[in-house]
Design a protein around this ligand. Structure first.
Ligand SMILES: Cc1cn([C@H]2C[C@H](OP(=O)(O)O)[C@@H](CO)O2)c(=O)[nH]c1=O
Ligand SMILES: [Mg+2]
Length: 209
């Protein structure tokens, strides 16, 4: 093989590879469940919203309707030191992406946003601990996911807007408490990492690249 084609192969030039973007919070780690656990621990006498009744993407929006002072308490929980680092894995998620990255002609990236108060939420540490240090090169940290050039974005946020319209990727909605009953508008849904459906979705998208 010539030096030039070896280089091209390393860079994947001329190859049709599927680029999969995988969100972190609500897809690989359980933001909603862990929030509720910590909120109830810290504010046992305050009203709370059970997971089955969650409706909005932002927790604060729904807690504000319950009582106007609650959003500040909500923010105290996820802005606290250690909250992000201690988020538990969503069952099967880390194993699935580790398997996905080994699939032929598939590249996987973690595509995640930080909180406005980013001091304790830089997600690299979680990725390193749960996926391994080789995944640090695969993190895309952005407030605007439409600028990430993948073919698929697996994300729990129902509406994802940004500077690039339409976005380069197809949105696969990962099911979580607040998005269970929203209109899919032609999108696919992934309910879990444990039923094997993610493999079918990836194989199906590979045919379309
Ligand atoms: C404030 C807030 C953040 N998040 C998540 C979404 C973002 O991560 P991700 O893009 O990995 O899903 C992260 C920073 O906003 O926290 C919620 O899921 N609900 C909330 O109410
Ligand atoms: Mg998310």
């Amino acid at each position: 093989m010539s030096r030039r084609s070896a280089h091209a192969q390393r860079q994947n030039f001329g190859q049709k590879r599927l680029r999969v973007l995988v969100d972190l919070d609500g897809v690989l780690c359980d933001f909603e469940g862990y929030f509720l656990e910590k909120y109830r621990e810290k504010f046992p006498h305050e009203p709370f919203i059970p997971l089955e009744e969650r409706k909005t993407f932002y927790l604060r929006d729904q807690y504000a309707k319950l009582r106007p002072d609650l959003p500040d308490k909500v923010r105290d929980i996820y802005n606290a030191e250690g909250f992000f680092l201690n988020l538990p894995e969503i069952e099967g998620g880390c194993d699935a992406v580790k398997e996905m990255v080994q699939m032929e002609d598939v590249d996987v990236f973690i595509c995640t946003s930080t909180l406005q108060y980013y001091k304790y939420c830089l997600q690299e540490k979680w990725v390193e601990e749960h996926l391994g240090s080789n995944w640090l090169d695969k993190i895309i940290l952005t407030k605007d996911k439409t600028m990430a050039n993948g073919h698929i974005l697996i994300d729990d946020r129902p509406i994802i807007k940004g500077a690039c319209q339409p976005p380069p990727w197809q949105h696969v909605l990962f099911t979580t408490s607040f998005n269970r009953s929203i209109d899919l508008n032609g999108r696919q849904r992934l309910d879990s990492w444990t039923d094997g459906k993610w493999r079918e979705i990836i194989e199906d998208f590979k045919k379309r690249v």
